[in-house]
Design a protein around this ligand. Structure first.
Ligand code: HEM
Length: 189
């Protein structure tokens, strides 16, 4: 809807991976690195949290890179929103680049949407990494694939100008004020 140029390459990839008439399966998804990259880029720019992986210090902890010792009772947290927009980690960080995690030369993705690291906190990191991320990403991919292949979705007038996300007490939520028109694609009814 907001990045219509992404649609054709994703449809092409899915159609090539899907045998005629077959529904999407986890196996089909594994053959779609552009879709994987697209989903990861959405999580990078439109993740749900401002900061995460918070920890309560229970005995003094020294962090050499900061040159500081934190006393018990301190809360340490990771600034995911700012990290995901850090240009040392992501060139042109404010740009939505659906191929950011797609490697043209190998034809694969550089990281799965579910791969967590100290530079990618969309599903948290460490011992509290989201255990539901495999299921969540499969469900989202499956629903998104169905919409992509069978429907055309466009923003209703004025929708493009509205903020994509609404921020509320450290969480980002989808802006439900944005209205869309959904039409079955030719031959899909
Ligand atoms: C796209 C959907 C989802 C996103 C973006 C997401 C994101 C996250 C993030 C960022 C954390 C880490 C929070 C932190 O450490 O500060 C987390 C933790 C967690 N998530 Fe998810 N999650 C999703 C779906 C799910 C689903 C479907 C389930 C369960 C079926 C789930 C269960 C959990 C649980 C139990 C934790 C806490 C893990 C712990 O503290 O040990 N999540 N999630």
């Amino acid at each position: 809807m907001v990045n219509p140029e992404c649609i054709a390459p994703l449809r092409e990839e899915l159609q090539a991976a899907l045998p005629t008439g077959q529904c999407t399966t986890p196996d089909v998804m594994n053959q779609c690195p552009k879709l994987e990259s697209f989903m990861r880029e959405i999580l990078r720019l439109h993740g749900t949290i401002l900061y995460g992986s918070s920890r309560l210090v229970i005995k003094p902890v020294h962090i050499p890179s900061l040159g500081r010792t934190f006393p018990p009772g301190s809360i340490l947290t990771l600034p995911w929103y700012w990290m995901s927009r850090d240009q040392d980690l992501y060139p042109n960080p404010d740009e939505f680049d659906s191929h950011r995690f797609y490697d043209e030369s190998s034809g694969g993705c550089t990281a799965r949407v579910t791969t967590s690291s100290d530079k990618f906190l969309g599903f948290g990191y460490g011992t509290s990494t989201c255990p539901g991320r495999f299921m969540a990403s499969r469900v989202v991919q499956t629903v998104f694939t169905k919409i992509l292949l069978d429907f055309d979705v466009t923003c209703m007038p004025g929708g493009q100008e509205l903020p994509f996300n609404i921020f509320s007490s450290a969480f980002f939520m989808t802006n439900t004020e944005i209205e869309a028109r959904i039409r079955p694609r030719a031959g899909k009814m």
